[in-house]
Design a protein around this ligand. Sequence first.
Ligand code: GLU
Length: 444
Amino acid sequence: MSYVDEVIEQVVAQNPAEPEFHQAVKEVLESLRAVVEANEEVFRRDALLERLVNPERQFKFRVPWVDDKGQVHVNTGYRVQFNSAIGPYKGGLRLHPSVNLGIIKFLGFEQIFKNSLTGLPIGGGKGGSDFDPKGKSDREIMAFCQSFMTELCKYIGADTDVPAGDIGTGAREIGYMFGQYKRIRGLYEGVLTGKGLSYGGSLARTEATGYGLLYFTDEMLKCNGKSIKGATIAVSGAGNVAIYAIQKAQQLGAKVVTASDSTGWIYDKDGIDVELLKEVKEVKRARLTEYAAARPSAEYHEGRGVWSIPVDIALPCATQNELHLEDAKQLVANGCYAVAEGANMPTTLEATEYLQKNGILFAPGKASNAGGVATSALEMSQNSERLSWTFEEVDGKLQNIMVNIFHNLDDAAKRYGMEGNYVAGANIAGFEKVVDAMTAQGIV
Ligand code: GLU
C-alpha cells in the first residue's frame, strides 16, 4: 500500500468519529501523492506524514459560566497546537454549538498549510468551544470569555500561541478575552489578534479575510483571461468574511446578489446593500429577515438555496461542507465559471471534484481565505515593534500576499504537471515549506 494510503487509513482508525478531520487529511494527502512518492524513502523513515497528522499538543478543558438568571452552564473548551515548524501556533477560536475535537483538528490541520502559504512565520493551531453565542447578553458573553481565557491563558503567549477570531468570535469576544489574559498573566502583549484599534489591533484586520478573498480571486481570474468587473456573484454567509467579500467585490465592479445565515438566505436582484447588511448583522445581531424587510428588491427564503441562483462566480463564506455535489451541479449548469472559498472547507470533496472536472476555476480556502490570518501576522509584527501601520500600508501588504499566494500555488501545480489544479498547488506549496522546516529541526 502507498505511504499516503497507509497514513490516511491510520488517521481514520486512530481518530474515530472525526469525519471533518478525515476529510481535511484526505484532501491534503491525496494531492501530495506525487511529492510524497518522489521522497518516499526519506519521508517514511522520518515518519514525516505521521508527524504531520498528529497535533504536537491538544488541550480540552471545562468552561463553567453563570448566566443572567444565576444558572451555571458548562461548556467544553479546546486548543489544538498542531504544528510549530515555521512559527508560533496561530489560528482562530470558533464558538459554535457544532464545535468538537474533530472540527478543531480539521481547522488546525488546514491552518498549518494556510499559514505556510502566507509566507509569514506562523505555525498552525485552532481552538474554540461548543458555547453558542446566539441570543446571549453581553454580560453572558463576557462571563463565558473570561472563564474560557482563565484556562486558555496557561497555554498561549505572544511567542508561543496566538489565537484570534473565527465563527462566533469577533471584536467583542477578543476584547473580553484580552482583558482577562492581561489580568491573569500581567502581560500586555500581542497574545491575540483581531484586537480593537485602541488596544493594539491592526487597521484592515476586520476587512482582511473578505478583501483577501477578492484579491486572490481577481488575480486567479486575470491569469485565466477573465475579470471580476461586471460579474454576478453569489455569496453565502453574512458574517465577517461574507460582509467584506461583498464590499470588495462591489468595489471591483461586480454585483453580489445573495447572502445567507443559519436560518435562511436572501436574493437581492439589485445587489446587496452592504451598509444595511452590516447594520442588521454587526450592529443589531439580527436575522436576514430584517434585511429583506428593509429592502424592497430583496426576497427572503427559509433554508438553504444561494447556489440555485445563476451567477458567474460563487464565494462560499459560511462554514464547512455547505456546498454539496447537487449545488456544484446546479452552479455548472447555470454557467458559473469560478468558485473561491472564503470559509474553511465549505465545499465537500465530491463537489470539489465535480467542479474541477467541469473546468471551473476552483480556489481552496486555505489559499483564498488566508488574508485574515496573514493580516493577523501583520498585527503581530506591529505589536512587536509597538507601532501601528496605516490602512493603506496593511491593505497594500495584504494585496501583495494574496497575489503571491496565487502565483506560488499556480507554480507548484505546474511543477507537478497539474496545471490549473489549485487545490493540489496550495497543498504542495504549503507542505513544501513546512516539510523543509520540520526536516531541518530534526525529529521533534
Ligand atoms: N480564523 C481565521 C482563519 O480561519 C483567522 C485566524 C487568525 O487570524 O489567526 O484563518
